[in-house]
Design a protein around this ligand. Sequence first.
Ligand code: NAI
Length: 299
Amino acid sequence: MSEELRFDGRVAIVTGAGGGLGAEYAKILAARGASVVVNDLGGSVNGQGGDNSAADRVVNEIKAAGGEAVANYESVENGEKIVEQAMDTFGKIDILINNAGILRDKSFAKMSEEEWSSVYRVHLYGSFKTTSAAWPHMRAGGYGRMVMAASSSGAYGNFGQANYGAMKMGLIGLIRTLAIEGMKYDIKSNAILPYGGTRMTEGLVPENVYKATAPENAAPMVAYLCHESFNESGQAYEVGGGFMSKIRWQRSKGHLFPLDGGITIENIAANWDSVTDFSQPAYPTSAADAYQEIIKNAG
Ligand code: NAI
C-alpha cells in the first residue's frame, strides 16, 4: 500500500458544500486531517431561498467522524466574508474549492438578462470574490491549492445552458492565468469538469449513470488536486463515475499565408482544408507558444 495522502494542518474552504459534490469534497478533506470551512447558503438548485441547515448538517457529520469544520452561510458573492471566517477560525487558508453553483437553464432565444447575470454572479463573480480574498493569504503563506468547478457544458456546449457554459469556461480562463501568477508562491490552480449524481442531474441522466456518478466517486481526485504533492497547475480534468481524464487545446498545424497580398477571401477559401487539417496537430501550452507561427511568418 502506498502512503496515505493527508491534509493535517491544512485549512480548506469548500463553497457550496452543504450537499452534492461539495459535501463530499469537504468530508474527504476533513477525514484526512484538514480543518474545513463548509460554506453554503442552502438555496434551491435555481438559486432561490436559503437554509443554514445544509452547511450545518455537513459540519455535524464531519465532527461526528472526529474531524474539524465550521459552517458558513454566506453567498459566494460575499466571498471575502467566507475567507474572513477561515482566517478568524483557523488562522490561514491553504485550499480553496470554488464549487458553489446554480442553474437557470433556458434556450438562448428565451434567456433573460436576469438568468444570464444570476448565473454569472454565483459561478464567475463568486469564484472571483472568494479567490481574490484568499489570494493575498496564499501568497503570504507561500502555498495554495485551488480548484474551480467548470463543466462539460462549457467545454462542449449543452442546449439550454449558454449562460452556465459561458461562466464555466470563464473559470478555465481564470485558472490558466492564476497558474502563471501563482507559480512563484507555490499556488496551484486547476479546474475540474465533474460528473455528479446530485440534485442538479437527478432525472436527467439514467438511474445507473446517476448511481455511478455518486459524488463519493469524484471526491478523491478533487482531494488529490488539493494535496501538497500535486504538481500540475493551470489544467482541467474531467472526473466522475470512475472516469478521470485531462483535457487540453489541440490546434491544427495551420496554414501560413504570404503577407504580401496572399490574404484574400478567395485564397482563404481555397486553402481552408489546409487551415483546418488536424493530421499534424500542435498543443500550445502558453500564449507565447501560440504566437510562434505568427513570429515565423513576420520574418
Ligand atoms: P448541488 O446543487 O447539489 O450543489 C451546489 C451547492 O451550491 C448547493 O448546496 C447550493 O446551496 C450551493 N450554492 C448555490 N449558490 C450558492 C451561493 N451563492 N453561495 C454559496 N453556496 C451556493 O450541485 P452539484 O451537482 O453538487 O454541483 C457542484 C458544482 O459542480 C457546481 O458548480 C456545478 O455547476 C458543478 N457541476 C456539476 C455537475 C454535475 O454533474 N452534478 C456537472 C458539471 C458541473
